[in-house]
Design a protein around this ligand. Structure first.
Ligand code: ATP
Ligand code: MG
Length: 861
């Protein structure tokens, strides 16, 4: 019956349906191969929990592995549930989710809510400073340490919740090393932590570590969470697993999906063992297997299977597809990477030109083992004017100009964030040399203030510390002036785009860029892009603020609505009780720093509701905080019901909102704080920049491509030493590389081309190269599975269309013919450097328009 009620259930197969509709109280583990609809099941389950079981969207926490994946999930749920409901879900990566909670409730563990998320670059700089400061000691004991290596050791420790002290103890107990590098690292770890705290910042791992800390200290903040769903569970680390447990604890609802064959983050402490741990920790966990692959053609699946099954220890799984075999997978060999790259560019154009507009740039992906391989590819695509985006390469937020502007914004929001101070105190140039900056920092340290604050004091007329040069005061003036202007504007809630313009204006940043950088145009474009991005973020914030309205049965967010409910309940229940304040509320009114007190300027009114002990207080922006000390049992016994009585409505709100009232709900944050949080989080592993929509070829690492799919995929550099990487020597490392290639190959829906070169420059040396052992093995055991000739394009495109568009179009029986009509005769296939079909090429957009309508019918929805 549900199948007809909820359209998204109709397209699921039996196993998928079982998984989606399984009782929310049974812990669920969905294990299945790539493309079998795991993510789709998870998404549908979210919708089903809301629509069928009456969960409120904000009671559901859905965790994806990348920001991009959560965006896709959100888009899908916006369609299924409506925009408001989708926005109310707690949906994001573990990092983003923790950041959200920490921003709101961090004060419960003494974390100021304006903490900054330090990115990889900030952390590296800090570590290199620490290493420099103990250079002599290190030299003496002949220990060589690189900041990257130390940071990765620290990251590993954080992934398993190991403190600096615990690491020191481990080092002391380790008999193997006499000089004990680990002991030194433990010291560095402690100093690094102190440095982060001093700068009021968290690194990425800290988001998880502090998340666990918060949820253990104040489990109450998670009371509103009734179900947690985790995608790509095979790649969770210990800390993430602990987080999942915290979330699941409140109500026990947990669903995870994963694929052991796709575990590719072992190098970053992912624990495949979490799958078994879950079975121990959640008694009665039910496993569901999905076996039909909906993504790829038969040829692609066979080739991918031939790679992954080389691992003898792997647990065998069934995976079949009802798609035809279609075009064979191609394996090409080239002499050099430059030729390989121009082949890829050429092939992209060939496919687009002859697809009659069916394929667009965004249907193509080039998946790389390393970021560094992208340079050659990028320039080949650029030469052929093929629009492309690099995901996880030159990350947008790591570009010099973007970091500069962000640093100003960070300083305005949080003067204690010293990395930002160091970055821009002399950018643009203000005659403040490195030495002066170092002296300033040292002086600030002895005075126990931040360098920013010291600078401000100097400008305000405080005597210059003796260690500083007198000229400093004059040189600091314009900098301090700019930051102050910016801060005042930010506090008034000025849109971030205007703040950025203010920085440019006050610091002469445009002239500085023009004078000092060769590629001014592209840098200036990035600046403009940052401004557009800030507008998008502001819209998102506004949507969130407007999100909860009473008609939807969500938490009431405006005072009139709450009062209406409260009055109604008051009429129903006459008896009144003494208002008892929840301890959390007491903290809100008295325990916070003066600063946040004045910021929230709350006006309290108490309303007594029967036995519910309700108190509301109206904070800034008219956001009502409803507080109650309602009894737990009644809450638990509540039948899931979308239309709860007014009384329960307020009571349910009570327990969650009591805690929420502590701080910074997104709608309470200044535009600047919200912007910084959002942009800092997208500097996470993949940093996908969804710029103004223009179809682009995606260039990305395989790691960042996880969970995604494209009709056409190229995997270059499938060479020994590159794929598997030369760094991987042990059997388990090689096995992870093999799974990585498996993940790469299974991203392809219809066309997959692997290639390798005979020479490749590595570390400045040209090396002879052989094909990867993984494809070598396939060729030895299953000759013919990988074709060396390029596909006949016309045939291939027809096959593509019959696979992808083959199902009868819903309303337009002639659509397929219409598409075929636009497919021209096949070009020569004997050599890839045949002349480019200019006439067809230049017409491509016209044809794309014609077939857009056909695509829009969304055959594979
Ligand atoms: P991965 O392991 O790579 O993350 P996955 O198991 O999560 O893969 P999905 O991304 O959910 O797989 O699904 C792969 C593709 O198959 C998607 O395009 C999805 O829409 C489609 N698909 C899944 N289930 C069905 C179905 N029952 N009918 C039609 N298409 C489906
Ligand atoms: Mg998936």
């Amino acid at each position: 019956a549900d199948k007809t009620k909820y359209s998204y259930l109709a397209s699921l197969n039996a196993a998928q349906l079982k998984a989606v509709t399984a009782s929310p109280s049974i812990p669920l583990q969905i294990l299945a191969g790539p493309g079998s609809g795991k993510t789709r099941v998870l998404t549908s389950r979210v919708a089903y929990l809301v629509q069928h079981h009456g969960y409120r969207p904000y009671e559901i926490v859905a965790v994806t592995f990348t920001n991009k994946a959560s965006k896709e999930m959100k888009k899908r749920l916006q369609v299924l549930l409506g925009e408001k409901a989708a926005d109310a879900l707690v949906l994001g990566t573990f990092h983003a989710t923790c950041a959200k909670y920490l921003r709101r409730y961090g004060q419960l563990i003494d974390l100021p809510n304006n903490f900054i998320i330090a990115d990889a670059d900030d952390c590296k700089k800090m570590m290199s400073g620490l290493l420099k400061s103990r250079k002599d000691i290190l030299d003496e004991s002949r220990i060589t340490l690189k900041e990257g290596a130390v940071l990765s050791e620290i990251s590993k420790a954080k992934a398993k919740e190991e403190s600096p002290d615990a690491m020191a103890i481990r080092a002391a107990q380790d008999p193997s090393s006499s000089t004990n590098t680990l002991a030194v690292i433990a010291e560095l770890y402690a100093e690094y932590e102190a440095g982060l705290r001093e700068a009021n910042s968290l690194d990425f791992d800290d988001l998880l570590v502090f998340g666990v800390k918060l949820f253990r200290t104040a489990p109450r903040v998670l009371e509103g969470c009734r179900h947690i769903l985790v995608d790509e569970f095979q790649d969770t680390n210990t800390t993430q697993y602990e987080l999942m447990k915290c979330f699941a604890k409140a109500h026990g609802g947990v669903s995870v999906v994963g694929d052991p064959d796709q575990s590719i983050y072992g190098w970053r402490s992912a624990e495949i063992e979490n799958l078994n741990k879950m079975i121990d920790d959640f008694p009665g966990t039910e496993a569901i297997y999905l076996e039909e692959n909906y993504r790829s053609t038969g040829s692609i699946l066979s080739a991918a299977h031939a790679v992954v099954s080389q691992d003898r220890d792997r647990i065998k799984k069934n995976l079949y597809t009802s798609h035809p075999k279609s075009t064979p997978v191609t394996l090409k060999v080239f002499s050099t990477p430059v030729i390989e790259a121009s082949f890829i560019a050429w092939e992209i154009k060939r496919l687009i030109a002859y697809s009659g507009g069916v394929l667009g740039y965004d249907d193509f992906a080039i998946l790389l083992r390393y970021n560094a391989l992208s340079r050659v590819i990028e320039s080949a695509l650029q030469k052929d004017s093929i629009p492309n985006r690099i995901v996880g390469g030159h990350k947008f937020f790591e570009r010099m100009e973007i970091k500069d502007l962000l640093a100003y914004l960070q300083l305005a929001d949080n003067p204690g964030f010293t990395p930002a101070f160091i970055r821009v105190v002399n950018t643009p140039k203000r005659a403040i040399g490195d030495k002066s900056v170092a002296d300033l920092i040292a002086a600030a340290k002895t005075m126990k203030v931040s360098p920013m604050e010291l600078s401000e004091r100097i400008i305000d007329g405080e005597p210059l510390p003796a260690s500083l040069k007198p000229a400093l005061k004059k040189n600091l003036a314009s900098f301090v002036g700019a930051v102050r202007k910016l801060r005042r504007a930010a506090e008034k809630g000025t849109p971030v785009g205007d703040l950025i313009r203010l920085i440019i204006d006050k610091t002469g940043y445009e002239e500085y860029l023009r004078a000092s950088q060769q590629d001014f145009d592209s840098r200036w474009e990035n600046v403009q892009e940052l401004i557009s991005y800030s507008v998008t973020v502001a819209e998102e914030q506004a949507r969130q603020a407007a999100g909860d309205t009473i008609e939807d049965g969500f938490l009431p967010a405006n005072s009139a609505a709450v009062e209406a409910i409260v009055n109604r309940s008051q009429a129903q229940e006459k008896e009144k009780e003494q208002v008892k304040l929840h301890p959390l509320f007491r903290r809100n009114t008295s325990g916070l720093s003066d600063d946040s007190q004045s910021r929230s300027r709350s006006r309290s009114t108490s309303v007594v509701n029967g036995r519910g002990n309700i108190k509301t207080s109206e904070g800034k922006n008219g956001v009502i905080e409803v507080l109650s000390s309602d009894d737990e049992d009644e809450r638990r016994d509540e039948k899931p019901n979308r239309h709860l009585s007014a009384k329960t409505e307020v009571k349910r709100a009570g327990s969650l909102e009591a805690v929420e009232s502590l701080a910074n709900a997104p709608e309470n944050m200044t535009p600047l704080a919200y912007f910084l949080q959002t942009s800092m989080l997208s500097t996470d592993t993949e940093a996908d920049q969804e710029d103004t929509y223009q179809p682009k070829v995606t260039i990305t690492t395989v790691h960042a491509a996880k969970g995604l799919e494209w009709p056409v995929v190229f995997i270059p550099a499938v060479e020994q030493g590159t794929f598997p990487s030369y760094r991987c020597t042990e059997a388990h490392e090689i096995a992870e590389e093999r799974r990585l290639l498996y993940v790469a190959m299974t991203r392809a829906q219809n066309f997959l081309t692997l290639s390798h070169c005979q020479f490749r420059m590595m570390g400045g040396e040209e090396n002879d190269k052989e094909a990867s052992e993984f494809v070598g093995m396939v060729n030895r055991h299953q000759p013919g599975l990988l074709s060396t000739t390029l596909p006949d394009i016309d045939l291939a495109i027809r096959r593509y269309m019959s696979t992808m568009l083959g199902r009868p179009p819903p309303n337009e029986e002639t659509t397929k013919e219409m598409i075929f009509k636009h497919v021209r005769a096949a070009p020569p296939v004997s050599t890839w450097d045949a002349p480019e079909p200019r006439d067809k090429w230049s017409n491509r957009f016209a044809r794309r328009e014609v077939t857009k309508a056909a695509r829009a019918a969304d055959y594979w929805a």
